[in-house]
Design a protein around this ligand. Structure first.
Ligand code: CAO
Length: 474
């Protein structure tokens, strides 16, 4: 009995020790614990209580769009992102689609906010010395070179892992392992190979690519999630791992509902597609559905007042079943609420063309914003077709930081899309993109801790850019 008591006491002791440890760790995240020993909600204003990825160092070896989208997101979430660029030219997008002479293009500036830039010739001995030091110092290496390029540089996974077993190596490639794994891929190639183009456009028209950069930016997003997950797993295992996202896979993931429809075809026609009501037979593959709604709620784009001259005077209108009666009242067709041809969703499916034509008679009497307001009053889901000009000028997007004005030393003020992911504690201050090699000295000295003599040697070799004239002439 005494022994039992002893055990109990020891158990209590254990619990209280655990409790102490728990309290100590909680103190790190909460100034004061509430009655339940749980951290209190931050007392600081929205987005002002530390950065989510504070302390994470990223070796950003990305270029063009897919990789930079990923590392920009990580930078916005608080990671220290060091972009390694080729001396002289840097990321090719700096000079692509230039609108202001001698200034980094918007293509580059809008994809590389909040990063530092170091120029390094990875194919030189001294350049590789610096890169290896970066590998040892950073937590994550992100790259989106053509297949095999990183290996050809000498940075194989095995080598990186031997230098820094904690390092996560994250890559975007066009295709995963298989017949196309060696191919170079750009946005529209991925949209075509990932199933988006074959399912976008009108039934009787060409396959279309979309304006949304689902191949590049979409894959960058997928990669960022993979990296954050690998960082989380590393907390348990202590080791890094490889993260691979193929653009074809990323696009297909975003086209998931179209693969759903492909399988539904085996069981009959896709009744929510306009072509069903038009009596056009379905083929073997998911067809292009024009503007038909992707889900079970039929919807299309309808003209609004001004459509004759304004290319964006349109609205997306969804005949959501629960609000059908309100739609009937709003468009002045109350008899459809009880009419057997219109009252229930299955009865409406073969008549969608006629139904939307009737709704369009109503939307054409109003601007897209009037339609939006009147429909929203009755919970009818509609979407005005907003132009880039309207989005750029929308005050609410400016207020939330989704659209931000950024100042840049060589191009002046420009608009950018800020961090679309809002965290209540973590700060996102959108900072301008770096000039080419702007932080080379700072990184060599403060991050990599090279001595002045070593830095002089690195620079004299030309690894960070043109070698000083005296040495170059030797
Ligand atoms: N110093 C020296 N050399 C460097 C360097 C540096 N700092 N940075 C890159 N390089 C070299 C690479 O080592 C590579 O050399 P090798 O071919 O001799 O090994 C070379 O530059 C070019 O790399 P790349 O083949 O990736 O570039 P590219 O312009 O020919 O192709 C792209 C571009 C996007 C088609 C290709 O990188 C790719 O398919 N990437 C994967 C998919 C992807 O992300 N696509 C999205 C692009 S955005 O639309």
């Amino acid at each position: 009995m005494a022994k039992k008591k002893d055990k109990k006491a020891k158990g209590k002791d254990k619990i209280s020790k655990n409790d102490k440890a728990k309290r100590k760790s909680l103190k790190l995240v909460a100034k004061k614990a509430n009655g339940n020993d749980l951290p209190k909600v931050s007392s600081k204003p929205w987005g002002k209580d530390g950065k989510a990825l504070d302390g994470v160092k990223i070796l950003d070896f990305t270029h063009v769009q897919s990789g930079p989208t990923c590392t920009q997101l990580l930078a916005w979430l608080g990671a220290d992102v060091i972009k390694v660029e080729r001396p002289g030219t840097g990321d090719i997008t700096r000079g692509q689609l230039q609108d202001v002479p001698n200034a980094d293009s918007l293509y580059f500036t809008m994809l590389n906010h909040n990063k530092r830039s170091i120029t390094l010739d990875s194919k030189s001995k001294e350049g590789m010395k610096v890169l290896e030091r970066l590998v040892k110092t950073c937590d994550v290496l992100v790259e989106n070179f053509a297949p095999g390029a990183l290996d050809r540089m000498g940075l194989t996974w095995e080598h990186i892992h031997s230098l820094n077993p904690r390092m996560i190596v994250a890559s975007v490639k066009g295709f995963g392992p298989g017949p196309y794994e060696d191919c170079k891929v750009y946005e529209n190639v991925a949209q075509c190979a990932g199933g988006s183009a074959s399912t976008t456009g009108f039934h009787d028209g060409l396959p279309l690519v979309t304006g949304a950069q689902i191949g590049d930016s979409g894959t960058g997003l997928h990669l960022a999630l993979g990296i954050v997950s690998a960082l989380y797993q590393r907390k348990r295992t202590g080791r890094g791992q490889r993260v691979l996202t193929a653009m074809q896979d990323g696009v297909l993931n975003l086209c998931r509902v179209k693969l759903r429809d492909q399988q539904r075809l085996a069981h009959g026609p896709l009744k929510e597609y306009t072509q069903f009501g038009q009596g056009i037979p379905f083929g073997e593959a998911t067809p292009r559905a024009g503007n038909d709604s992707g889900g079970g709620q039929p919807g299309v784009i309808l003209k609004c007042k001004g459509w004759e001259t304004d290319p964006n005077a349109y609205i997306y209108f969804i005949t959501q079943a629960p609000v059908w009666e309100k739609i009937c009242d709003l468009i002045g067709q109350p008899d459809w609420k009880t009419h057997p041809d219109y009252a229930k969703p299955p009865a409406r499916l073969p008549r969608l063309k006629e139904i939307f034509e009737r709704i369009e008679q109503w939307t054409m009497t109003k601007t897209k914003f009037e339609v939006m307001n009147e429909c929203n009053a009755f919970d009818i889901p509609v979407g005005p077709i907003l132009s880039m000009k309207e989005l750029a000028e929308e005050p609410s997007l400016r207020q939330t930081g989704t659209v931000v004005e950024v100042d840049h030393p060589t191009r002046g003020k420009y608009l950018s899309v800020g961090n679309p992911i809002k965290l209540s504690d973590s700060i996102t201050e959108v900072e301008r993109s770096p000039l080419l090699g702007e932080h080379t000295d700072e990184i060599l000295t403060k991050v990599l801790k090279f001595t002045p003599r070593e830095i002089a040697e690195i620079k004299a070799s030309g690894a960070t850019g043109q070698a000083p004239k005296a040495q170059a002439a030797e």
